[in-house]
Design a protein around this ligand. Structure first.
Ligand code: UTP
Ligand code: MN
Length: 522
């Protein structure tokens, strides 16, 4: 009879007399109602003692049996892990494993008052007929003291963490990034987000993870992400990630979504038709949108990282143009470069004027000016709706141009040579048809116009990182009953907008410690 205690039916684990199935493993630790245990309000002979039995490694039937046993003796046993639980009892788990499990359940908010106990405490108590005093041998050993209320907890919100650009866990975050992309390529947004959150929290750790125990108390790490980390710790690489990187589908989706103007849905359709590279698009006879045509034409340049020097050069061109049209207007570099990145995929520029209203009509004049100088290779303008989009989600309504600008030879900028080659060979290997030897390169630029009163919100919203922004909005909504986007902060209960003249003020409105841009690389 495998899985059951044989012979006289004495449980060798806790010495209670019964035939008890001992189930080895179940994925979830057991916050679910206990199977086979009848719901009734048991008497509690021992106020102040509330037990929770961890199902992980104990198994559901054994847990049900022990629950009934204890309840018959007048102990209160809770089916779920609530705030009132005082004694958590586990079997065959290490203290570290239980901590990890707890952190996943409570998002790192486990109360320090909860005692983590081995089954021996439970057994002794059942034998004695009352809760015995907790001795050292009853306690689960954890690697380091955890219940210190002074110890700072890692927040599950990226906007409550400091995340520098250079961090110590790149080997893990690179792997998780691949899995996030791969999930998004199959439109599994939820799974993608879980990997992104895991990567984001690892970026904030002030130490390099070298063993699984280092992750104790670290929130936002799901089973799957932990498995990947463990694999990398043990083998140096993750087999699953390597498999994704090798897969034809991932490679095709990566190449096709790398075309400006091509989203996941379109790339997926093309990949299913057998297209593999942007070059295939030129020969396949597919009808391309104007945006996609530009994306294919400038494919190589747009997939070659924009340097900081190039971003500054673009900023200067735009600033010069803006000042010639509207003196006093301000141009601010946002996005990754404002967070200190040395390279990026585009240049994000915010344009405003201290006299509200003066910015109206500026975008048209600016792009005409750029066009007249031969600098505007492509643009699509998104008309501002003017509204603040109170509950409209993260998309904003600014007057904005998604453009591709031509960056000539600039002091500090990379490319150089003749401008004869007007069309790039799409998908040509680097160096065969791109900026090399041509004297100019194409750069993706986002030009965003905002009214001065929304400047701080626009700046905060466009500085990123995306994960930081996502958690700022989630924090505002879930913790403050407010709605945040790039136009403003709306207080739902009082039905009003909170004005802010600086990013610092917005953090203050939200009751958050200010995090400067270089620490927002979540
Ligand atoms: P980016 O996509 O440009 O990211 O958006 P990035 O951080 O600058 O990184 P690279 O180097 O270019 O790849 C910058 C920020 O602007 C916001 C996002 O929150 C993002 O974090 N954004 C972007 C919007 O609010 N709306 C958009 O349509 C695009
Ligand atoms: Mn950017």
């Amino acid at each position: 009879m495998t899985g059951f205690f044989g012979g006289g039916g004495v449980c060798t684990h806790c010495r209670c007399r019964a035939m008890v199935p001992l189930k080895r493993r179940r994925k979830d630790g057991g916050a679910a109602p206990i199977a086979g245990v009848q719901e009734r309000a048991p008497v509690n002979r021992f106020p102040g003692v509330e037990i929770f039995l961890l199902e992980r490694r104990m198994g559901s039937s054994r847990r049900a049996f022990l629950t009934q046993l204890a309840r018959r003796k007048g102990f209160r046993v809770q089916d779920t892990l609530g705030d009132s639980v005082t004694h958590l009892v586990s079997e065959s788990n290490s203290g570290d494993e239980v901590w990890e499990w707890l952190d996943r359940q409570t998002g790192g908010q486990t109360p320090g008052s909860l005692s983590l106990l081995d089954i021996s405490w439970f057994t002794d108590s059942m034998e004695t007929g009352r809760p015995v005093e907790i001795l050292d041998r009853h306690r689960l050993q954890v690697s380091a003291p955890r219940s210190d209320p002074e110890e700072p907890r890692i927040s599950a919100y990226a906007c409550q963490r400091r995340t520098p650009l250079d961090h110590l866990n790149k080997i893990f975050t690179d792997a998780l990034e691949v899995l996030a992309e791969n999930a998004e390529f199959s439109e599994s947004e939820g799974r993608g987000l879980a990997f992104r959150k895991a990567g984001s929290v690892l970026r904030s750790l002030p130490f390099a993870v070298s063993r699984m125990e280092d992750l104790r108390g670290v929130p936002c790490l799901g089973e799957h992400s932990r498995k990947i980390i463990q694999e990398i710790l043990e083998d140096g690489v993750s087999g699953e990630v390597e498999g994704v990187l090798r897969s034809e589908r991932y490679r095709a989706m990566k190449a096709l979504t790398g075309v400006f103007g091509v989203g996941v849905k379109t790339a997926d359709r093309w990949a299913r038709e057998g297209l593999r590279t942007p070059g295939d698009l030129l020969t396949s006879g597919h009808r391309l949108s104007r945006e996609q045509e530009a994306g294919v034409r400038y494919y190589e340049d747009l997939n070659c990282p924009v340097t900081r020097a190039e971003a500054d050069a673009i900023g200067e061109i735009v600033e010069e143009a803006v000042h010639s049209i509207l003196p006093g207007a301000r141009v601010t570099l946002m996005g990754g470069f404002r967070r200190g990145k040395e390279a990026g995929h585009d240049v994000d520029l915010l344009i405003t004027h201290p006299e509200e209203g003066k910015e109206e009509g500026l975008l048209g004049k600016l792009t005409s000016w750029l066009d007249s100088q031969g600098v505007l290779l492509y643009q699509r303008v998104s008309e501002g709706s003017g509204g603040r989009g109170r509950e409209s989600g993260p998309m904003d309504h600014f007057h904005r141009s998604f453009s591709i600008l031509k960056l000539g030879e600039q002091p500090g900028a990379q490319p150089g040579a003749s401008s004869a080659d007007q069309t790039q060979e799409a998908a040509a290997p680097r160096g065969q048809g791109g900026a090399q030897g041509r004297g100019w390169r194409a750069v993706r630029v986002d030009l965003v116009i905002c009214p001065y009163s929304q400047y701080a919100y626009a700046l905060l919203g466009w500085t990123g990182s995306q994960q930081f922004e996502r958690d700022l909005r989630r924090f505002a909504s879930q913790e403050r009953d407010m709605s945040l986007n790039s136009h403003g902060l709306y207080q739902r209960e009082q039905n009003r907008y909170l004005p802010a003249a600086s990013e610092e003020e917005i953090f203050t409105h939200l009751g958050l410690e200010f995090i400067p841009p270089p620490q927002r690389n979540a």
